[in-house]
Ligand binder design. Sequence first.
Ligand SMILES: C=C(O[C@@H]1C=C(C(=O)O)C=C[C@H]1O)C(=O)O
Length: 368
Amino acid sequence: MADKAVTLDELRQRIDTIDSELLRLISERAGCAQQVAEVKMAAGDVGEDGQVQFYRPEREAQVLRRIMADNPGPLKGEEMARLFREIMSACLALEQPIRLAYLGPEGTFTQQAALKHFGDSAVTKPMAAIDEVFREVEAGAVQYGVVPVENSTEGVINHTLDSFMGSQLKISGEVVLRIHHHLLVGPNTRREKISRIYSHAQSLAQCRKWLDAHFPHAERIAVSSNAEAARQVRTEWHSAAIAGDMAAKLYELEKVEEKIEDSPDNSTRFLIIGDSSVPASGDDKTSIVVAMRNQPGALHDLLAPFHRHQIDLTRVETRPSRSGAWNYVFFIDFRGHRDDPLITETLEELRQCAADVKVLGSYPVGVL
Ligand SMILES: C=C(O[C@@H]1C=C(C(=O)O)C=C[C@H]1O)C(=O)O
């Protein structure tokens, strides 16, 4: 080793000095956030729900994007953003802790998505069904809700799209989560004894090929959520569950096999729903639902304004409308914010040929 090699003691001293500096800086940042709260209250900065808007999704997205763009390394941009996500979450909690409802029970991927988006300082409340998450937000019991909307392998989650049809709630954000499934067992279960495998139907479908290859004779049982599957197998010595890390940790299960999903980039997109519209963040998406008159060329008419203005469509889904047999509505996601002049014009043209156009919300493109 070279004479001048830095010693362990020296490195630890340096880390101590840096930590003291970080401590001072984070505290200073938290103090600023407290002042922001005072400024917002003094300005009467209220949203459509009449409440002071402490949480600002567009500002948080901008902060995280800047951190990722300026990150010098060696930590990855995503890792750095995750750290800042937690700092912001704690700072916001000083202004006012955010209250959320999510599709439960505890330990679901939706809870994981909620914490990824809002950070650990959020106060979360599990709900038994997607429409209950909507109701909880509508009733004002929580400020936001988190629900799954589409999976890269299994497609759209119809309950969520259908819930929007009868609701005035708006989308204020999106979060995409990589979904890793594990085969989990309780403390008294051995792999060769597994004769039943519990999970949510979507997860069973996402691991179908793996199950066919490794457990062709085990009975597959669909239950209401992965977390419920995990809870159930804790005490069943011949059963396994397919669920994610949160459920494994919560129910103290052992991983027999990790990452058993058939598609390596299996991911689910979740939506944040709330009462208020979000101003533009600089990189936004808009979601709308459109009812077309039942006539030839309707789909062409629907898409033409987007094509004319070169708007990037990110998703088009069709659902039966509730107003009668063989009528359909279209759920469309595209890049841009409803306040962009180009988008305003596109929506105006669309309104001329559609029976109804409802903007579900413009929101920052998911950062984390
Ligand atoms: C500090 C603010 O309030 C909240 C906290 C933020 C932060 O810690 O950076 C950002 C946006 C808001 O959710 C703000 O609006 O700037």
